[in-house]
Write a protein that binds this ligand. Sequence first.
Ligand SMILES: Cc1cc2nc3c(=O)[nH]c(=O)nc-3n(C[C@H](O)[C@H](O)[C@H](O)COP(=O)(O)OP(=O)(O)OC[C@H]3O[C@@H](n4cnc5c(N)ncnc54)[C@H](O)[C@@H]3O)c2cc1C
Length: 581
Amino acid sequence: MVRTRHDHLQALKTRDFDLLVIGGGITGVGVALDATARGLRVGLIEKGDIASGTSSWSTKLVHGGIRYLEQFDFPMVREGLRERHTLIRIAPYLVRRLSFLYPSKSGFAGKAYVDAGLWMYDLLAGRKALGLHRRVGRAEKPADAPMKAPWDRGGFTYYDSQTDDTRLALAVLLTAVERGAVAATYTEVTGILKENGRVVGVRARDLHAEDGADAGAFEVRARAVINAAGVWMDRVQRMDDTGIQARVVPSKGAHIVIPRERLPITSALIMPETSDGRVLFAVPWQGRVVIGTTDAEYHGDIDRPVASDEEVNFILRTANEYLRIDLTRSDIVATYAGLRPLIRMSGGGVSGGQDPGGQDAPGGGDDQLGTKDLSRNHVVLTSPAGLVSIGGGKLTTYRLMAHDAVEAALAATGLRAPRRANTSTLPLTGTPGYRELRGQTGPLAARYGVAPALARHLLDRFGSHAVALLELIAERPALGEPVVPGLGYMLAEALYSARYELVTTLEDVLARRMRLNLLDEDHGTGVARRVAELIAPELGWDDARVDAEIARYDDYARMAGSGYRHKAGDRDEAPRAVAVG
Ligand SMILES: Cc1cc2nc3c(=O)[nH]c(=O)nc-3n(C[C@H](O)[C@H](O)[C@H](O)COP(=O)(O)OP(=O)(O)OC[C@H]3O[C@@H](n4cnc5c(N)ncnc54)[C@H](O)[C@@H]3O)c2cc1C
């Protein structure tokens, strides 16, 4: 198995591929796994880290989307619910059931409406339901849900699931890499290669190469190329056809992260009637609570969206309308925003659907609608030269998106896959053996001389790979120490990630293998040196590189758009620039 970035890059530069994927978000890594599982030779190119785009800024739910019932998009909700079931099966350590409280106020009509919606949700899930919803009275409602009147009269509990979005994307990619895929991060696709009017590969640039004319530039040849560049999809399409009309309608969603002590919930809470006609979630996640999200068309810089003052104020105001907690800006640990890559159809509407044949799927959108009313279905477009682009969709439905994109690429190029693939039965790396180990957490912990809670934490983040981390701790007990007291992460995780999880920069470890930018009060800056010095030997960093990585991480972590705590007066939509390289 190719392991280091250098080896992945060398393989990309020297091999021919059946299929090349542009973009290492959840969609691109899903495509890479689907195609690899079919026996194709697959390469993937990502200009940042894996999941450094939208796929790290989600609400982290794997769900059908209760909200989309109101849009009568039952097929999409059913699809999401089926995928939820599949992902819990193929990645049980990464995707877990979570209960939700949907509060109700007085009045029969409102309650009946919510009840009917939740019945529909259960019905659409069918045998794949995680448990039927049920009514909870005022006295019975979860004691930790501090709802304000008129939302304090109980409501309904129902079930969905949640994940860590970056680790999910990473696990999908690593599963593909274990099966032969090659993936280069911090490498940008700068052009599309064509011969006789057909796409035959890409031009790319290693963003960490030394300066100089053409530094780091190289070409990769592939029978099929899939553009999974998310909100950057138009830019890549224009490398193929400069005249192409803009398709992507970025829709921004903002979140805040607050300490669990301020809202000690064990179930997620829904705030169902926001002033912008949506719902807001408060979701317990990794020892904190994430509250979001908003949904509005975005016209700013797509490279680093920022939760604006207005959005942060909206979230605080809405939470305070529903909850007896009086949140203020000083409670906020981090804020973040992501861009949904919604797709505009050629008729002018914005919609989803699948279009393997090259024509837009029937509309369903309307330019007059706000982005919150737009479908989250995905779209596959094939250009006359054979470039396949996939956009829209959700984290939850990445597997289906990947399947459709690969099918379209096979159809466009006449490429034949050696075998059929069914990624719904392909466990992600870390899954084989996980359940057995999880059932034996006590004996496992005793074998390695660690506390059961520590073993449980590692199992729930790394699946059966936890054993490798326990071995590291057994060899060097100091690696069992927390990275940041109270946040659960251990130093062994940083070392393991640097060794086995396609890490190139300190930011990869602190912000995406762990999530210190979102969870730590100082966004990981206080532990940056300790972690950098620990992983330096693994990555061949000398002292100068360690200092440079720390300085660069410090810049990143203090930059709006990184999770940086948003204070009143921070400039709106105007993040500081940070250099990559
Ligand atoms: C606020 C918010 C909340 C959400 N919450 C949920 C949720 O709870 N559940 C859910 O199911 N979905 C959710 N979603 C939707 C989900 O997050 C997105 O649909 C999904 O992450 C998009 O993934 P992607 O791979 O298409 O895009 P991205 O993750 O953005 O990946 C595209 C990648 O392409 C790379 N790239 C671009 N151009 C190039 C180039 N030229 N060369 C090389 N690489 C390139 C980028 O660097 C990027 O990493 C949410 C979305 C938002 C915005």
